[in-house]
Design a protein around this ligand. Structure first.
Ligand code: NAD
Length: 260
């Protein structure tokens, strides 16, 4: 990442944590570890710094579903480090309501419109807030990388996760359009679409081993993913080597979906 400043949202655990560590290994200068839960952000930022490869981890507590908090965070980062060069919008699932909301996982017709905000805010609005906040700097320096973590639910659809599927599909559509707008500034925008990954957010709702076995059987590679299975591709998309790749969505899914 050529000494860049990378910011990963929701990086206090799971996929985001693995992306933060992979970004450090890929040569970022600073890795900003955002999480809504301050303690998680602090722990992962310490892990990054403790790698002892000359990369500094910096924790940044903010709820990315709140525009005011996103603006405050980006200003703080700009004041300290000058910029965000690589943005990874990873915070997602049901946001901080993860166990409550994912556990309930009802058919769409049984949901109440009041239930939808938790899914839409973190999976759709937050990536737009972050992109909006970092783009002025990326445009002025004529370089930037935005990577949005979506789900295969957004491409093939997932029953009982209908609003989530729609929100992730929205982020993919937003990414494709934004890629066309900002390409002339040497800014790329891509998505990675995940199958089931073994993270705290997911194990809090599919913790039992019988269910895990059943889920694994749905994958041609006969296992669900690990956070590290995702992190390498994201770090690559944030690197100089990925400079002619934009507007794309890549599946990281153990073969679950094979889209053309
Ligand atoms: N794990 C999976 O099976 C899976 C599958 C498909 C897509 N995804 C996507 O991958 C991404 C990461 O998933 P995960 O399973 O690692 O998540 P997770 O729920 O295990 O961890 C998410 C982290 O984000 C933080 N967070 C949540 N809401 C936030 C907010 N509003 N502001 C700041 N931080 C916030 C949480 O505190 C938590 O530390 C999400 O976008 C998710 O939708 C995950």
């Amino acid at each position: 990442m050529d000494e860049r400043v990378a910011l990963v949202t929701g990086a206090g655990q799971g996929v985001g944590r693995a992306i933060a560590l992979a970004s450090a290994r890929q040569g970022a200068r600073i890795v900003i570890v955002n999480d809504y839960v301050e303690e998680r952000a602090r722990r992962v930022a310490e892990e990054v710094t403790a790698m002892n490869i000359g990369v500094q981890g910096f924790p940044c507590q903010a709820d990315v579903t709140q525009w005011a908090e996103v603006s405050r965070m980006i200003k703080e980062v700009a004041d300290k480090f000058g910029s965000v060069d690589v943005l990874v919008n990873n915070a997602g699932n049901a946001g901080h309501a993860v166990a409550d909301v994912m556990g309930s996982s009802r058919e769409f017709v049984e949901t109440d419109p009041d239930d939808w905000d938790a899914w839409v805010d973190v999976n759709f609005l937050a990536p737009m807030y972050l992109a909006r906040a970092v783009l002025p700097h990326m445009i002025s320096q004529e370089w930037g990388r935005i990577i949005n973590v979506i789900s295969e639910a957004g491409r093939v659809g997932e029953p009982r996760l209908v609003v989530y599927s729609g929100a992730k599909a929205g982020t993919a559509g937003f990414s494709r359009a934004l890629a066309k707008e900002v390409g002339r500034h040497n800014i790329t925008v891509n998505c990675v679409a995940l199958g089931t990954i073994d993270t705290p957010g997911v194990s809090s709702v599919v913790g039992d081993s019988a269910l895990l076995k059943k889920m694994s059987a749905r994958y041609p590679l006969k296992r669900i993913g690990q956070p590290e299975d995702v992190a390498g591709l994201v770090a690559f998309l944030g690197s100089a080597d990925a400079s002619w790749i934009t507007g794309q969505t890549y599946g990281v899914n153990g073969g679950y979906a094979t889209l053309p």
